[in-house]
Design a protein around this ligand. Structure first.
Ligand SMILES: Cc1cc2nc3c(=O)[nH]c(=O)nc-3n(C[C@H](O)[C@H](O)[C@H](O)COP(=O)(O)OP(=O)(O)OC[C@H]3O[C@@H](n4cnc5c(N)ncnc54)[C@H](O)[C@@H]3O)c2cc1C
Length: 443
């Protein structure tokens, strides 16, 4: 919006922008620690474009190889082949993977083929787990492959997510393009990236950013103007975009609002969510030089070694998505189990001393991509022409991701521009498909 002749004011409740993609200040050394590591994927074309546009893509590292570690087998590196076109690009690395047996690989290949041949718009109410069983996947294959990929990408287990959501991740996220599955990892803290660097870019573009300004109420009394109440002031706007999380929306709007029907507002508020935990570990020495890896078969799912922070400390972060088990465990027991798993993967960890640890679980980290939620996710346009919604929970087809959030923002901006008669704002197209993927992957 800042590229158009409009005055843009951003009202943020917290002291810093960035929302769930943020950091806290470590009381021991004063450094910034991300609540939880965030990564984007190559298929997140809107998010990556936006980072490029705001000159922030330089603060990301693009990783095209993922290391999978499982107990008692050598590590496996999954990387696209240089010479095979999509969707065959992962085949050689997949065939060499040590954490899967030959029979499991054949089962998975059959399952992936069936997913690609399935329509992306089936809107079926089956869960991914039910689908996997009917597609001939054994419990062990589900646990050792499908569960790992789906939980990492959707923040929810195969038991709960819809087949459509899982298909989107596997097809758009890995099979559709050679670079779709590349992982883009921030090389600075999230609060530095979004809270400072991005906020500065917005300020330079003339956006007024007001942190510490929670909106209390939003009403449209007549057709062309929105009344926005904060604790400090009352603002009249021609257009408003409400970009709060799904569970915060009903606090802003009166129950009988001309913006959203009461039943819809209630359904959005009740969208089911899934927790994600970041387990922060500080050791007295390095346990591995790997910057990131996927851990197979245990409680810990990913290990990250952030590229920033105090060099004298050896800080690592374990990410556990759909972490209901973690929430149910005593804290000490959870750390004990994670350390035991880390020692099986990294022999250097046996001699390392854990100096301190912190577990942060966001209970409403992401909305749960269950089959029924697609009918509840709202479009960015509300009933009122002057009010738009934005946020990962809107109907973008994407799971709760930075891509979904950015895409919804672009769509909301487009609506605003149309409402003001100022033109259009085009979202980015998905990664292009080659002839083979167009032929093999059904729309
Ligand atoms: C632990 C965890 C790990 C994740 N990992 C990844 C990942 O690896 N990759 C990925 O793409 N995504 C990841 N996500 C999801 C990602 O963080 C979200 O999808 C994304 O941040 C959603 O952005 P949003 O703008 O929709 O909502 P939010 O980030 O929740 O932003 C909403 C903003 O609204 C503000 N607000 C709320 N109420 C008010 C009010 N009344 N007035 C003014 N402001 C208000 C909030 O303070 C907040 O800043 C993760 C999320 C969590 C929690």
């Amino acid at each position: 919006l800042s590229e158009f002749p409009v005055d843009v004011k951003l009202l943020e409740a917290r002291s810093v922008v960035g929302g769930r993609a943020g950091s806290y200040t470590d009381s021991t050394n004063g450094g910034e620690v991300d609540y939880c590591q965030h990564v984007a994927m190559g298929c997140c074309t809107n998010f990556l474009w936006w980072m490029q546009e705001t000159d922030l893509l330089q603060h990301f590292q693009q990783a095209s190889a993922l290391t999978f570690l499982a107990a008692d087998v050598p590590s496996s590196i999954l990387q696209s082949s240089r010479w095979l076109p999509a969707p065959l690009h992962s085949l050689p690395a997949f065939a060499r993977a040590h954490f899967l047996s030959r029979a499991q690989k054949i089962e998975i290949a059959r399952g992936l083929w069936r997913l690609m041949r399935r329509s992306s718009r089936s809107r079926e109410t089956t869960s991914m787990q039910q689908w996997l069983r009917t597609a001939g996947q054994s419990e062990e294959t589900i646990e050792r492959f499908w569960e790992i990929i789906i939980v990492s990408a959707l923040g929810e287990s195969t038991q709960r997510v819809s087949v459509d959501a899982a298909r989107k991740v596997l097809v758009d996220g890995f099979l559709g393009h050679r670079e779709a599955g590349d992982v883009w990892i921030p090389q600075c803290s999230l609060s530095d990236l979004f809270g400072r660097k991005l906020a500065d870019k917005l300020l330079q573009r003339g956006v007024s950013v007001e942190c510490g300004s929670p909106v209390k109420n939003l009403e449209c009394n007549h057709n062309t103007c929105v009344d926005i109440q904060t604790s400090e002031s009352s603002i009249q706007a021609d257009q408003a975009i409400i970009a709060v999380p799904w569970h915060g929306l009903s606090r802003l709007l009166p129950p009988q609002s001309n913006i959203l029907p009461a039943a819809k507002l209630q359904a959005i508020h009740a969208l089911p969510s899934s927790p994600i935990s970041g387990v922060h570990l500080w050791f007295d020495r390095a346990i591995t030089n790997k910057q990131h890896c996927v851990l197979v078969g245990g409680l810990a799912q990913w290990l990250f070694r952030p590229a920033f922070g105090n060099e004298s400390e050896h800080y690592y972060q374990v990410v556990i998505s759909a972490s209901r088990d973690v929430r149910a465990m005593p804290r000490d027991k959870c750390i004990e189990q994670i350390l035991a798993e880390i020692e099986t993967h990294f022999p250097d960890a046996t001699n390392a001393k854990l100096l301190r640890s912190k577990t942060i679980t966001d209970r409403q980290a992401v909305f749960s991509m269950r089959p029924e939620i697609e009918t509840i996710r709202p479009h960015v346009q509300t009933q009122h022409p002057s009010v738009q919604l934005a946020g990962d929970y809107t109907a973008t087809d994407w799971p709760a991701t930075m891509e979904g959030a950015v895409l919804s923002g672009f769509r909301a901006a487009d609506q605003v521009l149309q409402g003001l008669g100022l033109g259009r704002f085009a979202e980015q197209p998905p990664l292009p498909r080659n002839l083979l993927t167009k032929w093999v992957i059904r729309e």
